[in-house]
Design a protein around this ligand. Structure first.
Ligand code: NAD
Length: 373
């Protein structure tokens, strides 16, 4: 078998970013030993680390590194207490994250939510609501809809001698935008339990009617995948009542923003949740941006307390969705599952009432997962 060589830009960022990135790279090195893959991992400064190094949240050389890489493995950026005089547009959350999303045309956000059977205590739902397990993937359209549609403005209006303000946001979707994200959802479902639940508000919104029509049409290319439609209000309710019914949940931008956070809460801790944002596909590869769903967690940074699992699972998403390396991705996910089954717990998923659980730090958790590959 020939060696697959992949160029990864590793941008750890701020707070717990460097600690959890170190463990993710440790796991990728273990994957290299087991599979015929070579990772060329180059680290770049981003966030406050970028500002400190060269005055920009996304330094030019980091952007150049990303452009010559096959994918970006990202930590997180932003430290709320750092220099409040720096305007929002130059702060890392906007200047780095939004810029990267735009630069690489990241139009699909994928958030898997899986509750490990031994971590039921971290889920806010009663055990009977968790029955059948929680293992779903939220696929969210990321570049269209209400967040970007024009016109978008606040204006002063005078009517009947009374002056007031009016805010306008516009929800716009085109057929190609819906088709593109629907294909992502159906393809993802093919490697899962083969069910897509499409979320819309077709009973009220024109966008919802078009969304439903286009998704139904795209589904005909995937006869092995079962499609169902839910109105967004019912979808929000069903997530809490019977989350086990969902495999892939397909949402437009705003509904996905809300429902992906609702779904995330079911997994108990932000430290368990990876996320992928996908851009264009060329040949067998899809450019992607992979990061933990949580932020920089300044409250626990630098103390070996952070859960590295979200960052480690981000590497599994990268191997699966950017490079189609499903066996290597499975190996990472199984090693995470094994570490939890063996009782290892970082503080965020630890409970003293579980006598088989052992509290460990970031480094020990990362090492256990790496040796489980
Ligand atoms: P946060 O996600 O950083 O932290 C919220 C809570 O979750 C904290 O109690 C934290 O300790 C905990 N937590 C998060 N990740 C964890 C992990 N891996 N292990 C254990 N516990 C974990 O959210 P916040 O405090 O609102 O934001 C802090 C900073 O992060 C802000 O500047 C914010 O803008 C930024 N942020 C960045 C991103 C990103 O880079 N994509 C995302 C969200 C927030």
């Amino acid at each position: 078998m020939s060696l697959i060589e992949l160029k990864i830009a590793a941008l750890a960022g701020d707070g717990i970013g460097p600690e959890v990135m170190r463990e993710a790279i440790k796991v990728l090195r273990a994957v290299e030993k087991k599979f015929e893959i070579a990772f060329q991992i180059t680290e770049g400064a981003v966030g406050w680390a970028g500002i400190d190094a060269s005055g920009q949240a996304l330094p030019d050389e980091t952007l150049a590194l990303c452009r010559r890489s096959d994918s970006i493995l990202f930590g997180s950026v932003g430290l709320p207490d750092r220099d409040p005089s720096i305007p929002k547009e130059q702060r890392p959350e906007r200047a780095a994250l939004l810029r990267l999303r735009k630069e690489f045309g990241l139009f699909a956000n994928l958030r898997p939510v899986r509750l490990h059977k031994d971590l039921g205590h971290t889920c806010p739902l009663q055990p009977d609501r968790q029955s059948g397990g929680i293992d779903m993937l939220v696929v969210r359209e990321l570049t269209g809809g209400m967040y970007f549609g024009q016109p978008k403005l606040t204006q002063e209006v005078t009517e009947g001698g009374v002056t007031f303000q009016r805010a306008i946001d516009t929800m716009v979707y085109t057929t190609p935008e819906i088709e593109r994200i629907a294909h992502v959802a159906f393809k993802a479902a093919q490697s899962r339990r083969k069910k897509v639940t499409s979320i819309d508000k077709a009973n009220v919104l024109e966008n919802g009617v078009l969304w439903r029509e286009v998704v139904t049409r795209v589904s005909r290319n995937y006869p092995d995948v079962c499609l169902e439609h839910l109105f967004v209000d019912n979808g929000a309710m069903q997530l809490i009542l019977k989350p086990g019914q969902f495999d892939v949940m397909l949402c437009e931008n705003m509904f996905g923003d809300i429902l992906s956070d609702e779904a995330a809460a079911l997994a108990g801790s932000l430290g368990m949740l990876p996320s992928a944002s996908l851009g264009a596909t060329s040949g067998q590869r899809t450019f992607g941006f992979y990061e933990p769903a949580g932020g920089t967690a300044p409250d626990i940074a630098g103390k070996n307390l952070a859960n590295p699992i979200a960052q480690i699972l981000s590497t599994a998403l990268m191997l699966r969705y950017s490079f189609g390396l499903n066996a290597a991705a499975d190996a990472i996910e199984n090693a995470v599952s094994q570490a939890i089954s063996s009782g290892l717990r970082t503080g965020d998923i630890y409970t003293p009432t579980d006598s088989s659980a052992r509290r460990v730090g970031t480094i020990e958790m990362g090492s256990a997962i790496a040796s489980g590959i």
